[in-house]
Design a binder for this molecule. Structure first.
Ligand code: SF4
Ligand code: SF4
Length: 278
C-alpha cells in the first residue's frame, strides 16, 4: 500500500523531514553570511545527492532534497564546513537578522547579535517552534515585532534644552508626534529610529538600547509582540533570552504568544526582574 518506503524505519532526526522520494534536509545556518566554501559544499550535495537545486526558506535558511541513501554523507560534508542540520520541529529555529551595519540606518550590529544567539540557543528544545528575529533599527525589516522573540536596536533621544531655540521646525516632523518641542522633551511614544537627528542639532542621542519584544507571530492570525524590556548589551540580551526560555519551557504549552497570554506580560517582567535580568 505504501510502496517500498518504510517510513517507520527511516532515521527521522532534527533537520531531516522524510518525504516519499527522499529526505528534505534543512540547514541551521549561522545568520548573516554564508562562505563560498559552504556554498560549494551545499552545491556539491544538491548536484550529486539531490535535485540540483536548493530552496531558500522564508527564514533566510536553506533546505534541499536528497536521496535517502545520501543522508549520512551529506551531513558529514556539511559538518566539515561548519554547518549543522536543524531548524525543524519544536526547537529554536533559524535566527533571522537584517544586514545590520551594512545598512545606513543601522543602530547596532544585528548580525553579530544574531550569531551570538545562534551559538547559544539554535536548536534547543522548546514546547513549540520558537522564532527569533533581529533588526538593526526600528524599521523592522525582519518583522521582529511578529515573531516569538523580537529584538531591535534603537535610540533613546533627548532634546538639549540649551541648544533648542524653540523655532518649532520639528513640530510636524515626527511621524508619531513624539517631539514635544514646547516642553523640549521627547515623549515616551518615540520609536527610537532617529530620523529627527538629521533635522536638528538640538536633538541628541542619550543612549542606545536593544529592545526585546515577546509573543508575536505571523501566519493566519498575526500577533504583534509585547514590549518586554530595553537591555544595554548583547550579553544582556542573551541572559534575557535564557530567562524567557527557562520560563517558557517550564510553564508554556502552546506558542510563546499563548504563554504570554496565559501568564501575562507583567508576571514575565516581574520574574525576570527578580532574577536581575531586566
Ligand atoms: S532593520 Fe534597519 S538597520 Fe536593518 S536593514 Fe532595515 S533599515 Fe537597515
Ligand atoms: S526618533 Fe522618530 S519617533 Fe522618535 S522623536 Fe525622532 S522622529 Fe519622532
Amino acid at each position: 500500500m505504501f510502496g517500498d518506503i518504510m517510513f517507520c524505519n527511516q532515521n527521522y532526526k532534527f533537520g531531516v523531514i522524510p518525504k516519499k522520494d527522499g529526505y528534505a534536509i534543512r540547514l541551521a545556518l549561522k545568520p548573516g553570511y554564508i562562505t563560498s566554501e559552504q556554498l560549494d559544499a551545499i552545491s556539491y550535495i544538491a548536484k550529486n545527492f539531490g535535485e540540483d537545486r536548493i530552496h531558500i526558506t522564508t527564514r533566510q535558511g536553506i533546505g534541499l532534497k536528497i536521496k535517502f541513501e545520501y543522508l549520512e554523507e551529506a551531513e558529514r560534508l556539511l559538518n566539515d564546513v561548519g554547518i549543522k542540520l536543524g531548524s525543524t520541529g519544536k526547537r529554536i529555529r533559524q535566527i533571522v537578522a537584517c544586514i545590520g551595519t551594512e545598512c545606513p540606518n543601522s543602530i547596532g550590529d544585528s548580525i553579530k547579535l544574531a550569531g551570538m544567539i545562534h551559538d547559544e540557543f539554535e536548536g534547543i528544545w522548546v514546547p513549540k517552534k520558537l522564532k527569533i528575529n533581529i533588526s538593526g533599527c526600528p524599521n523592522d525589516c525582519t518583522h521582529h515585532q511578529f515573531c516569538d522573540i523580537g529584538i531591535c536596536f534603537r535610540y533613546i533621544l533627548k532634546i538639549d534644552k540649551k541648544e533648542c531655540s524653540e523655532c518649532g521646525k520639528c513640530r510636524s516632523f515626527c511621524e508619531v508626534d513624539a517631539i514635544d518641542w514646547k516642553n523640549k522633551v521627547i515623549k515616551e511614544n518615540c520609536i527610537g529610529l532617529g530620523e529627527c537627528l538629521k533635522l536638528c542639532n538640538a536633538i541628541k542621542v542619550e543612549d542606545k538600547v536593544i529592545s526585546i519584544f515577546i509573543g508575536g507571530k505571523g501566519g493566519r492570525f498575526p500577533k504583534r509582540g509585547k514590549f518586554l524590556a530595553n537591555v544595554k548589551t548583547e550579553n544582556g540580551v542573551i541572559k534575557v533570552i535564557d530567562g524567557i526560555i527557562e520560563l517558557y519551557t517550564k510553564f508554556g504549552k502552546g506558542r510563546v504568544c499563548d504563554f504570554v497570554e496565559h501568564v501575562g506580560i507583567e508576571s514575565i517582567k516581574k520574574s525576570l526582574k527578580e532574577k536581575g535580568l531586566i
